[in-house]
Design a protein around this ligand. Structure first.
Ligand code: ATP
Length: 355
């Protein structure tokens, strides 16, 4: 049964071909958020069909993971919730990491922009967090060399550092960004972070029009909380990336708002920026649908369906910035379905019809 009752006909896409996209609902709030995406796509006429691949968080079935990877390889594009990884179980690899590695999605991009009208710790934030997405501390190479002594490897390669640095500077150039800041801990991790920083400095020389500086990760966390407006484009290794992404999401309104993009040379996956499972709030109709809807907007932009992307983007803005229909994470009292319903109302009221 549809979550949102509407009598208006569902439009049929008129322009261009339809795209097939892999949908990995994941665990926790993932499945309910994906239902909202499907519902919003129906009413906006987005010409996308989803191939849903469920991955049971409790099972360690390798074939489910393989099905997901094959499906994304076939479709080229995926939208994804977080797949729970039990931290107490040492034998189980994170399937989120496995998917990103297998598809070589070497860069994660989080555009952290304030929504006027949404209660937040800081106003007028506009920061791009660009993160190496496949190596670093996420190499998952840990072992207990002798009893009571555990070693964990952080892997930094010249090739992937160059790829992500070039991606960041190219992005800055194309989008008229003025400054790139490399975040690191090269004073302690002289070889691994040292290599990352050295490569960033080398690539920066090819872009003299863009200012480049660097900052130690600990100072960066303090600066983000106290003086975030100094940052424009930020680039960093994997673990610093997840921490910084969560800090900047926290600055503009939490885990429920922003989306993150994962790119490689061949494939792309779109997901909520902070990659939370949200198990504790699942099934309660209180999860903020906006982060996943923003991921779906990113996906439409990537596929070239700009008009549909803009239609949904503008409906989201009206709902949360003007109507202030907010779920509890933003201090509101609205249900998830009320937010989705209002977004659909704005889509149906829009002057511009994209079908
Ligand atoms: P659990 O997965 O059991 O909720 P957790 O503490 O690991 O445990 P995360 O999933 O990492 O929680 O999420 C971090 C916080 O962000 C939680 O408080 C969660 O409720 C909140 N959160 C994540 N996604 C959303 C969302 N879409 N809307 C509202 N709150 C969210």
């Amino acid at each position: 049964t549809p979550l949102v009752k509407k009598t208006s006909p569902i439009p049929v896409a008129q322009y261009g071909g339809r795209h097939q996209v892999t949908m990995l609902p994941g665990s926790g709030i993932g499945p309910e958020l994906m239902n909202y995406v499907q519902e919003v796509f129906k009413y906006s006429g987005a010409p996308v069909d989803f191939q849903v691949v469920d991955i049971d968080p409790k099972s360690d079935q390798a074939n489910e993971l393989e099905d997901a990877i094959i499906s994304i390889k076939r479709n080229g594009v995926g939208i994804k919730g977080n797949i729970e990884t039990r931290s107490e179980s040492t034998g189980v690899r994170s399937r989120n990491v496995a998917i990103r590695n297998e598809l070589d999605l070497f860069v994660n991009v989080l555009h952290c922009q304030s929504y006027p009208g949404v209660p937040a710790k800081q106003k007028d934030i506009d920061i791009m967090v660009i993160r190496q997405n496949t190596e670093g501390e996420y190499a998952m190479l840990e072992h207990e060399s002798v009893s009571g002594v555990v070693e964990s490897m952080k892997v930094v390669t010249q090739e992937n550092s160059e790829r992500v640095a070039r991606w960041a500077f190219e992005f800055a150039k194309k989008n008229d960004r003025k400054k790139v800041t490399t975040i690191h801990k090269a004073n302690i991790m002289k070889l691994s972070d040292g290599l990352f920083l050295e490569i960033n400095r080398k690539i920066a020389k090819e872009y003299p029009e863009i200012e480049h500086n660097d900052m130690i990760i600990d100072n960066c966390c303090m600066q983000l909380v106290s003086k975030p407006h100094q940052f424009d484009v930020m680039i960093m290794t994997n673990l610093y990336g997840t921490i910084v992404s969560n800090v900047v999401c926290g600055l503009v309104g939490g885990a429920g708002l922003l989306s993150g993009r994962n790119y490689g040379d061949h494939y792309a996956i779109f997901e909520p920026g902070t990659r939370n499972t949200g198990t504790a709030i699942a099934g309660k109709n209180i999860a903020n649908p906006v982060a996943m809807l923003n991921a779906s907007v990113d996906m439409l932009e990537h596929l070239g369906h700009k008009a549909h992307a803009n239609l949904i983007k503008s409906a989201i803005r009206k709902t949360i910035c003007e109507d202030k229909v907010h779920t509890p994470d933003l201090g509101g009292t609205n249900k998830s379905t009320e937010v989705v319903q209002r977004i659909i109302d704005h889509i149906l009221e829009a002057d511009v019809r994209v079908w």
